[in-house]
Design a protein around this ligand. Structure first.
Ligand code: MTE
Length: 330
């Protein structure tokens, strides 16, 4: 189902946040803004060229059936606002490997998630590979309702099913010298049309400090809304980091590496002034091209105030008190 969503004037700058501006060049993108239907906003010819390259505009491909996946609710992290309609959260996505529009859900159905293996490498007792199903057998699933804040100023509230990232790190037994953990996500040219755009530094990677990884909030999501994850939301397993801008929450993870060197992630290597390593949510620190003071909840016209740490300061703020020289909010 295609959800009709009106475009609004204020969305223009954020919509130029990443793909259009990067790919077409700022001027071309600025000349091609106002659009609609929850997809990238571009003039006809640019859009046609864009989809020719990326082959994704949502199409009519229905979602693959998802298996039921329920778990006891962990009530420790109250979202303080209503859960987003499932149809919104699963049809308005960022998953650049499948295309640069928000309507990649059709194209993403090409993702093959069985079998799925995750490789653990770098500074750990013994590098190993493990099947997704075998990971699940070792974990106790729970449901957590988290707020999600995209750097482009849209937001949602989702009941995720999964387990703490800390449990996965414990399972991997990193060595004491490891300072960072790096997540690499699937890059399969056969199924992912976005990889054809060589300008991007595929594969998509993201990183955390070990201290962040061991915090109680980072979650590995394997389901949402009581079912396994849909492809477009990062099946079969993704990071969910509710106090950071959404681009840190890497989807469809295939490799986890422990290292003592701070990694440069996908977006950071493209535009480090706009998408930094820390990317903690802060309404008082604007993105270089727009304000971060407010956000729009998916499925509504409501513009609400953004909270520092996306409202999760009590769990995470103490990790950053000594990092006074870092650009924590970019
Ligand atoms: N992970 C991969 N592999 N590729 C992506 O393009 N986009 C990121 C993040 N993880 C992305 C990704 C961005 S910018 C956001 S806001 C969230 O996924 C969006 O998650 P959602 O589609 O489930 O809302």
């Amino acid at each position: 189902m295609m959800l009709i969503r009106k475009s609004r004037g204020w969305e223009i700058s954020e919509r130029l946040a990443t793909p259009e501006a990067v790919m077409l060049g700022r001027r071309a993108a600025l000349g091609a803004v106002v659009g609609g239907v929850g997809s990238i906003a571009m003039a006809g010819s640019a859009k046609a060229q864009f989809y020719k390259l990326f082959g994704a505009d949502g199409g009519g491909t229905p979602d693959k059936p998802r298996k039921p996946l329920t778990a006891a609710a962990n009530e420790a992290y109250k979202p303080g606002r209503a859960i987003t309609d499932e149809a919104q959260a699963t049809t308005y996505n960022n998953y650049y490997e499948f295309g640069l529009s928000k309507s990649v859900h059709g194209a993403a159905q090409a993702l093959v998630t069985e079998p799925w293996t995750v490789e653990f490498t770098g500074m750990l007792d013994k590098p190993f590979k493990i099947g997704f199903e075998d990971i699940l057998k070792k974990m106790t699933l729970e449901e957590r309702v988290y707020r999600h804040r995209c750097v482009e100023t849209w937001a949602m509230t989702v009941p995720w099913v999964g387990f703490p990232l800390a449990k996965l790190v414990e399972m991997a037994k990193p060595s004491s010298g490891a300072k960072y953990v790096v997540f690499t996500t699937l890059a399969d040219p056969k199924t992912m049309p976005g990889l054809g755009q060589r300008f991007y530094p595929w594969p998509y990677t993201e990183g955390l400090t070990m201290q962040e990884a061991m915090n109680e909030l980072p979650f590995i999501s394997v389901g949402m809304y009581g079912k396994t994850l849909p492809a477009q939301n990062g099946a079969p397993l993704r990071l969910t980091l509710p106090w950071k801008y959404g681009f840190k929450s890497a989807k469809s993870i295939v490799k986890i590496e422990f290292t003592d060197k701070r990694p440069t992630s996908f977006w950071e290597s493209l535009q480090d002034q706009e998408y930094g390593f820390w990317a903690n949510v802060n309404p008082a620190v604007p993105h270089p091209r727009w304000s971060q003071a407010t956000e729009t909840l998916l499925g509504s016209d409501e513009r609400v105030k953004t909270q520092i740490w996306n409202g999760y300061g009590e769990f995470v703020a103490s990790m950053y008190t000594d990092k006074t020289k870092e650009k924590l909010f970019v």
